[in-house]
Ligand binder design. Structure first.
Ligand code: HEC
Ligand code: HEC
Length: 511
């Protein structure tokens, strides 16, 4: 093994060790990346940034840095994603409400990536709380959302005089303990997470909502359930978008043949052509835990800018709202008095499909440049002997059956040509699997989460909480919650000697 080849891995290690979090992003140089040459470039040569600081998830790809017009759009887009929208007019960030989920992307995606932090209290004014709340019918086979009353992503905030559909103080998050069939111990007798303050424990969340906290008098919470999902990560989504539909379908067919995947549940969702100028038509799902979105231009971020805040724009001239909410608000005497309007006028305004735009298309396009153009941080420490051993274990243990190491993006990607033909290392098959987790909420059959860049979570975000509801407090626990289709991989990990477990985790922390 080469000892002196890579300054980068040394610098990165040093930064992690000292908790360096400066904005002084020193360029990091790979001097002789001969070994694992592709793998250092997690986002491909064009989509990778050599930065292991607290700002590692926020950097534009080089092609954006190199083009003044694109760079300006990127910076404006970043502002739109990180500044809080307000209800006042003419501020550049106007249009919040009438009812909303958060005021900005950053409110749930701190540092733009990885995951938000696990919290004990559901308070959306807490900047660590990136949870999205969903209310559904647990008895329905598809765990259908209670969408007559609540928007799919449940709103808990409103601009007065409007009222929130749910009063947050009536939402309780309970973290329950779970003991697995091995008493939360490895084969060698060591408790899970040994040496931490949560040694030998596993936890999972239960969400309860008091009936009194609900605005709708005829909604019966006792017949429904609530679940939370945590953010995934914004960096690299342009590269995921640049993978071809054919390659996604081939992966699905391959796993079907192996009897592995539960299927592309989000397949063939219909894109609305006007909201996706580049790839009209039907696409297999590739984004979100449930694979509900097939392209970036009609994806979770492009929609969130509108439906998180209810800021309208030329291609979204209506509120993200339920008619039940509009009905209850329009009949509310306090709302009528405050607005000086009749119930009918209020209802018509709330449900109008031709509202005036609160955001320009120019701003939305800038936002998409930012969204698409965030680079993936390069891998670190790959030339380290222990990391290499961990890498072998990752491949031998069957992790790669779902955490597919690499993909090559399509040869033509009109929205941002620099992202075309890139060999990328996201470590995901972009398909859903059933890990048979205890109380998984709505994400029972969940997309394999990309592992790229996760090793920088501590540096960028100050924690290592993982999985769709952040029940895992470190890599160990994330792996130990793998059951169902991934049971064999988890069992093999549990039986490994300590040094092998540590090596595998060191590899995960390097990619
Ligand atoms: C209420 C918290 C919240 C806010 C605010 C929010 N998101 Fe998210 N975001 C989430 C959650 C939770 C997920 C994962 C949910 C899922 O898979 O259904 C997610 C998923 C995503 C993904 C999908 C990543 C992937 O790999 O599939 C992208 C991209 C994204 N958000 C971008 C944005 C952008 C851009 C904004 C602002 C316009 C934003 N989000 C605002 C909570 C939020
Ligand atoms: C059968 C498919 C499958 C296999 C095999 C598998 N995983 Fe996963 N992995 C997933 C899915 C699905 C998720 C998302 C689960 C969730 O969030 O509820 C995930 C999530 C993770 C996460 C958490 C990522 C994050 O940011 O939340 C880590 C770490 C991880 N896997 C590591 C591994 C390792 C290491 C192995 C091998 C020992 C492995 N996985 C094997 C499907 C798999």
């Amino acid at each position: 093994m080469k000892k002196d080849s890579l300054i980068f891995s040394m610098i990165a290690t040093l930064m992690v060790a000292t908790g360096c979090s400066g904005d002084d992003d020193e360029p990091i140089v790979i001097t002789d990346p001969t070994e694992y040459s592709d793998e250092w470039y997690a986002g491909g040569v064009n989509g990778t940034i050599f930065n292991a600081t607290a700002r590692a998830y926020k950097q534009p790809i080089d092609a954006i840095n190199a083009d003044m017009a694109l760079y300006r759009q990127f910076m404006r887009g970043e502002e739109l994603a990180s500044k809080s929208f307000v209800s006042a007019d003419e501020t550049g960030y106007s249009g919040l409400g009438p009812v909303y989920i958060r005021k900005s992307c950053i409110a749930c995606h701190p540092s733009y990536g990885g995951h938000s932090k696990r919290v004990d209290v559901f308070d959306t004014s807490d900047s660590r709380n990136g949870y999205l709340l969903m209310i559904y019918d647990p008895a329905s086979p598809t765990l259908a959302l209670a969408s007559k009353y609540f928007t799919g992503m449940t709103q808990t905030r409103a601009v007065p005089p409007f009222k929130a559909p749910i009063d947050e103080s009536g939402i309780t998050l309970k973290w329950m303990t779970h003991t697995d069939e091995y008493g939360n111990k490895y084969e060698d007798g060591t408790p899970y997470s040994a040496g931490t303050d949560h040694e030998g424990t596993l936890i999972y969340p239960i969400v309860e909502i008091a009936q009194e906290a609900i605005l709708f008098s005829d909604f019966d919470m006792s017949k429904h359930a609530a679940s939370i999902e945590a953010t995934i990560g914004i960096y690299g989504v342009g590269l995921i978008d640049a993978i071809s539909d054919e390659d996604l379908r081939a992966q699905w067919a391959d796993e079907q043949a192996r009897g592995y995947a539960m299927g592309v549940i989000g397949a063939d969702i219909i894109e609305t052509p006007e909201s996706n100028p580049y790839f009209p038509g039907a696409h297999p799902g590739r984004f979100t835990y449930l694979l509900t979105r097939g392209t970036l231009d009609n994806g979770p971020g492009a929609n969130a800018l509108w439906n998180i805040t209810n800021v309208t724009r030329p291609d979204r001239t209506y509120n993200y709202i339920t008619t039940e909410y509009a009905r209850v608000m329009s009949e509310d005497a306090g709302v009528q008095a405050a607005l000086g309007q009749t119930g009918e006028e209020i209802y018509d305004l709330l449900t109008s499909t031709s509202l005036k735009s609160e955001m320009t298309m120019e701003d939305f396009e800038a936002f998409m440049v930012w969204h698409r153009g965030i680079a993936v941080p390069a891998a670190r420490n790959l030339d380290d002997e222990v990391t290499q051993h961990g890498r072998d274990l990752f491949y031998e243990t069957g992790c790669t059956a779902c955490h597919r190491p690499s993909w090559t993006t399509r040869s033509d990607y009109p929205p941002l040509q620099a992202l075309a033909s890139q060999k990328i290392y996201p470590y995901t098959d972009l398909l859903r699997h059933d890990l048979d987790m205890k109380e998984p909420g709505r994400a029972r059959v969940c997309r394999t989460t990309p592992l790229w860049g996760r090793g920088l979570l501590q540096v960028t975000s100050g924690h290592t909480d993982m999985l769709h509801d952040l029940r895992a407090r470190n890599y160990e626990e994330a792996i130990l919650w793998h059951g169902g289709e991934a049971r064999t991989a988890k069992e093999t990990f549990r039986k490994m000697p300590k040094s092998d477990r540590e090596a595998l985790i060191k590899f995960l922390g390097s990619i």
